[in-house]
Ligand binder design. Structure first.
Ligand SMILES: Nc1ncnc2c1ncn2[C@@H]1O[C@H](COP(=O)(O)OP(=O)(O)OP(=O)(O)O)[C@@H](O)[C@H]1O
Length: 308
């Protein structure tokens, strides 16, 4: 299947000469959830803004649903819903009017049944006659999503959907995103929260300095770059590691009471089983063991360094 969004050799140099994007290639598949991670100023918003037709590229091309975002702006824009970080809606307008108006902006005929189902899906139905200013922060965020969905876009961009919200609301937003995906909407979100990408994304892209450093299926990424650590709590302290164990990536804790073994998670249990056998051979016994897998956060920090 052709990608729903295809970005090729995209660059953006702003008027002041700043190069915000330095040649980005990215295909987004229909129905996926893609998380774009990157530190402040990485170029995430610039990339999204170009795909949404809000900012013009300097060179390269972006196709959305097969249409060029510059030449066929109207077609591409109607396929896209954009959820910005800030609510700019009139605080004295009702939820119903705000969301219905958004649909009208796209030149779509009024469709009360659709607005009803969008509001119900986002648990806003009981608030449809409330003014925006009467809503909680979480409800306001959901209104932003409802507005973006009002013209039935196939692709939804969420710019930092959970910035500054509490843990409960974040989980609630993730559920909303899952539900949208189940309805076939392609979702691209930018986030600073690695946990967010880890939790909900199918694929993760890491942007830094205007370049897409990597883009990979989340599971493959964690398998490829993720490391595991096995920790063995020893029954008796060791003063040094026996020479026979030198083939293993092993460290002895300072107090001599624990052995740490680092291994690549894609090796599976490759080195663990022989290591345990070698320990038995050496008469080294342990009373407990645990493993720890590196998180997306470790991987991100390794890629982007202290700018993360
Ligand atoms: N209109 C503009 N004129 C000049 N430079 C700009 C403009 N807009 C953005 N930039 C610069 O381009 C770079 C990328 O900005 P962008 O907003 O795309 O980053 P971001 O990854 O979305 O960051 P954040 O996570 O902070 O939102 C930044 O250095 C920013 O200062």
């Amino acid at each position: 299947m052709a990608p729903i969004v295809s970005v090729q050799k995209l660059t953006k140099t702003y008027g002041n000469g700043f190069e915000a994007l330095k040649g980005v290639d990215l295909d987004i598949e229909e129905g996926e959830i893609l998380a774009l991670l990157g530190p402040n100023g990485a170029g995430k918003t610039t990339l999204i803004s170009i795909i949404c037709g809000i900012v013009n590229p300097s060179s390269g091309s972006v196709l959305v649903g097969g249409h060029d975002v510059v030449k066929d702006f109207r077609q591409t824009r109607s396929l896209i819903g954009l959820v910005p970080q800030e609510l700019t809606t009139d605080q004295f307008e009702t939820v119903w009017n705000t969301v219905s108006f958004s649909r009208g902006v796209y030149g779509k005929k009024p469709d009360p049944a659709l607005i009803e189902s969008v509001l119900k899906d986002l648990s806003l139905w009981s608030k449809k006659d409330n003014m925006i200013r009467e809503l909680s922060g979480g409800m306001k965020r959901r209104v932003l999503i409802a507005k973006a969905l009002s013209h039935e876009p196939k692709i939804l961009f969420l710019d930092e959907p959970t910035a500054g919200v509490d843990v409960n609301l974040r989980r609630e937003m993730w559920q909303v995103v899952e539900k949208l995906r189940a309805n076939g909407v392609t979702i691209i979100l930018t986030t600073h929260y690695i946990e967010e990408a880890e939790e909900i994304a199918d694929r993760v892209g890491v942007i830094n300095g205007g370049q897409l450093l990597l883009i990979e299926k989340k599971t493959a990424l964690m398998k490829k770059l993720g490391r595991k650590q096995l920790r063995l709590e020893l029954s008796e302290p060791l003063t040094a590691l026996p020479a026979s164990l030198s083939a293993y990536d092993l460290t002895l804790s300072q107090d001599g009471m624990a052995l740490l073994h680092d291994y690549q998670s894609e090796d599976g249990q490759g080195s663990v089983v022989p290591l345990l056998a070698a320990l038995a051979q050496e008469n080294i016994h342990f009373r407990d063991l645990s493993t720890r897998q590196s998180s997306l956060e470790d991987i991100f920090v390794a890629l982007v360094g202290d700018k993360a």
